[in-house]
Design a protein around this ligand. Structure first.
Ligand SMILES: *Cc1c(COP(=O)(O)O)cnc(C)c1O
Length: 396
């Protein structure tokens, strides 16, 4: 059979309009919710934010939710609330967005990278164990692509060594681990509501915890370290105290209301994401050059990313050419992630290549395909056609 000429080499692209790996969906209801919030007397520090925090608690089963200005802010204050400070070591994955490890650096701590599992791409509890030293204070796991990390193993390990477990759940709102909701599983969990994530508030984030004292610490750190309530003390009505060095990490009420409106569709989004993942898996399974995402038995995943892995031995092109060929078909993939310690800034801190071979080899071979609920069936079919076309062209 004649192979279809790739758009990369002058053939006709599978589609005319570019499609990206992720995109928000903003409905008329979302716009109405934001407009109504803008008409309210308070557009920040109003009652709306508190209401949405209660919704996140109900959704996740966490005792406390604190909304803030971004997922990065959430990680920063979660690490601060965990007591991370100068010289403390925090074990985390290199297969993440740099913000995960940066949050440790903000506090003068040192990120220590432990390698990932080759199947789920999540941090490997055995590798974590090997990195524990007397200076270790916490572990930050990332739920890569939406799939919860090995939280039972990590929790047990953290408990037995007196470490705090933080879960960077920027990808995994709506996912379940052994039937329990993400947000209720680690000591502290953080969400991101950036537009590329499952639900958005524009920019925004949240910290979830069952520990009321940690929640109070996070809340205070998001508001300059200011305290306003003094039970049992007779204080003047204007009185407040700054008791720690905090930040302005507040979310606005109109962002919170955008999130509220989006959360109404979380289950619908989850189903659509799962449906697209199943359609992709079925379409790509016959190709020995492609490895579809692995799903752990313990997880019911609200997929954030669809990560396809290339098998270099089965292809007569490198990943860069494969990527360029998909782009030329107007299917724009992405690569998640460059190992954090490869970045020049981390190299300047003394980190070197080779430390986590699984993460490095995953980085060399993965591609994220378009996955978001606003994709039409045609978008899904175009994606499949483009991937098949490029795979068939280069397969050995
Ligand atoms: C998006 C993301 C963050 C940062 O969230 P922001 O809201 O963009 O600050 C942190 N960690 C991971 C794994 C992410 O994907």
């Amino acid at each position: 059979m004649e192979k279809e000429q790739l758009a990369l080499y002058g053939g006709t692209p599978v589609r005319q309009e570019k499609i990206y790996y992720g995109h928000q969906q903003i409905t008329e209801e979302d716009i109405e919710a934001v407009a109504a919030a803008l008409r309210a007397p308070l557009i920040t520090q109003g009652p709306q934010t508190k209401g949405v925090e209660r919704e996140l608690e109900a959704l996740t089963g966490a005792g406390n939710a604190v909304l803030c200005s971004s997922g990065t802010a959430a990680l920063h204050v979660a690490c601060a609330a965990a007591g991370i400070g100068s010289g403390d070591e925090v074990i985390t994955t290199p297969f993440t967005f740099a913000a995960t490890a940066n949050s440790v650096l903000y506090l003068g701590g040192r990120p220590v990278f432990a390698d990932i599992r080759p199947d789920t791409y999540n941090i490997d509890p055995e590798q974590v164990r090997k990195k524990i030293t007397p200076a270790t204070r916490a572990v930050i796991a990332v739920d890569y692509a939406g799939q919860p990390a090995d939280l039972d193993e990590l929790s047990a390990l953290c408990k037995s060594h007196g470490l705090v477990l933080i879960e960077d759940a920027a990808h995994s709102i709506g996912s379940l681990y052994k039937g329990r909701s993400v947000g209720s599983l680690a000591d502290l969990t953080t969400f991101s509501f950036h537009p590329v994530k499952t639900v958005t508030s524009g920019e925004g984030g949240a910290i979830l915890t069952n520990d009321a004292v940690s929640a109070q610490a996070c809340r205070q750190l998001c508001q300059h370290g200011i305290r306003r309530e003094f039970p049992g003390r007779d204080v003047s009505p204007w009185y407040y105290e700054q008791v720690s060095l905090g930040y302005n990490y507040r979310i606005t009420d109109f962002q919170a209301m955008l999130l509220h409106s989006q959360l109404q569709r979380l289950q619908q989004y989850k189903q659509r994401r799962q449906q697209i993942v199943e359609i992709y898996n079925e379409a790509f399974a016959p190709y020995p050059a492609l490895i579809c995402p692995y799903q752990a038995q313990a997880c019911d995943v609200c997929w954030h990313l669809y990560v396809l892995r290339l098998v270099p031995e089965r292809l007569r092109c490198d990943r860069r050419t494969f990527f360029a060929a998909l782009s030329a078909e107007n299917l724009q993939p992405q690569v998640h992630y460059i190992p954090v310690y490869w970045h020049p800034y981390y190299r300047s801190l003394g980190y070197t290549r080779g430390a986590c071979p699984c993460a490095e080899s995953a980085y060399e071979t993965v591609l994220s395909l378009p996955l978001y609920p606003a994709m039409s069936d045609q978008d899904v079919q175009d994606t499949i056609r483009a991937v098949k076309k490029v795979t068939e062209y280069f397969s050995i």
